[in-house]
Ligand binder design. Sequence first.
Ligand code: HEM
Length: 458
Amino acid sequence: MVPIIGQFDISEFAKVTKLFLERYGRIVRLGGLIGRPDLLFVYDADEIERIYRREGPTPFRPSMPCLVKYKSEVRKDFFGELPGVVGVHGDQWRRFRSKVQRPILQPQTVKKYVAPIEMVTEDFIKYMENARDENGDLPHEFDNDIHRWSLECIGRVALDTRLGCLSSELTSDSEPQRIIDAAKFALRNVAVLELKAPYWRYVPTPLWTKYVNNMNFFVELCSKYINEALERLKTKKVTSENDLSLLERVLRSEGDPKIATVMALDLILVGIDTISMAVCSILYQAATRLKQQEKMAEEIRRVLPDPSKPLCYSDLDKLHYTKAFVREVFRMYSTVIGNGRTLQDDDVICGYHIPKGVQVVFPTIVTGNMSQFVSNPEEFKPERWLESDGRLHPFASLPYGFGARICLGRRFADLEIQILLAKLIRRYRLEYHHEPLDYAVTFMYAPDGPLRLRMIER
Ligand code: HEM
């Protein structure tokens, strides 16, 4: 199979996974990959559901081999016995996840971030207003600006700080600019390291060395802000848990700043590209599907009639159509192309005996668009998430995964997206007047090309 992968670019990965289904059927083994185990693609939502539901207490998601090497070999001195959740498995994963899961996923914690994320988003919208050209079009590199917004959001959530990434006057050696560059490097190069032949496993290639330096920068950054938070906490008046931020809760309950640092690092590592690419996709779809965008705008104005009133969690929760729009974008254009598990026990999948240790891939990008599982999948119809008629298999499209390992940042991701849409679409109509954009896999699945959206005041 190497020639087949060889003849496709990474960006065509979405097409290749679809082609497997068309050519070979609902279960496909991809073998002979250089430096990688065989992969088993399963295009059957019933089987995917069964596999997820029978996974034990420590599901194994084979992902991010570079990060695994970095955490477990290169910086073993720092990560030691509690290396976090991303790229960590078994008991170490379970112990770390159980320490941070409650504060991260509790709605009370997330609610506290409505106002801070709203402030970051207001700054971002001001930035967008100033960046428009005479037609109201955003610049070529607008997708980079979305990255700055997501960095600023994650800095507020994971490090209790405003990083300053949305400032328009950044010198090349300023900290925010270095953070932006480091995030950009990770975005552009991790896909190359992880999806192409992994020579870095055997020799330290120049790209690998840069990756390690880049990771060291993130570790230092997190340590710096966690130490500052720790100092603040020493003198902070706390009457109840509710006075504490996510970071402070973890610092207080665990008493070991290393845990907070590793948690912040993990959130940053996976919480920038995912949300930025999802937002690129959602805004592009809104700008090219005006009828549905108008329905969102109507709903937002109805639920939030006074634009000067600060947002609150319960109002955002009432934006049912807006949430369904986002869900439909995830179904049709799954930002994370798929999820996967390494089987912990032998299993029978689609009638084949599959031994333990095999890496099973759930190609959400394909299953979310299969007519066996979703009625009229080619139709973009947010209403399908609000009505009960029609086929909609719950395991065909799972943007945040499922079970004990489900996305740890999903409540923050939903909150950030809802706040951005509520503030932006309420005030502006988004349009798009350039060549249609194709979707491509650049690690995530997103529109490929300059996202020159037009912002028109409503
Ligand atoms: C729209 C944006 C996002 C999408 C589509 C997404 C999707 C996913 C998926 C599919 C997984 C794998 C789940 C599984 O194995 O079942 C995952 C894991 C994870 N995500 Fe997200 N994610 C998003 C945003 C975020 C954000 C903003 C953060 C951080 C604040 C975050 C933190 C994590 C972490 C830490 C894990 C690893 C969990 C573990 O292995 O225990 N994600 N995400």
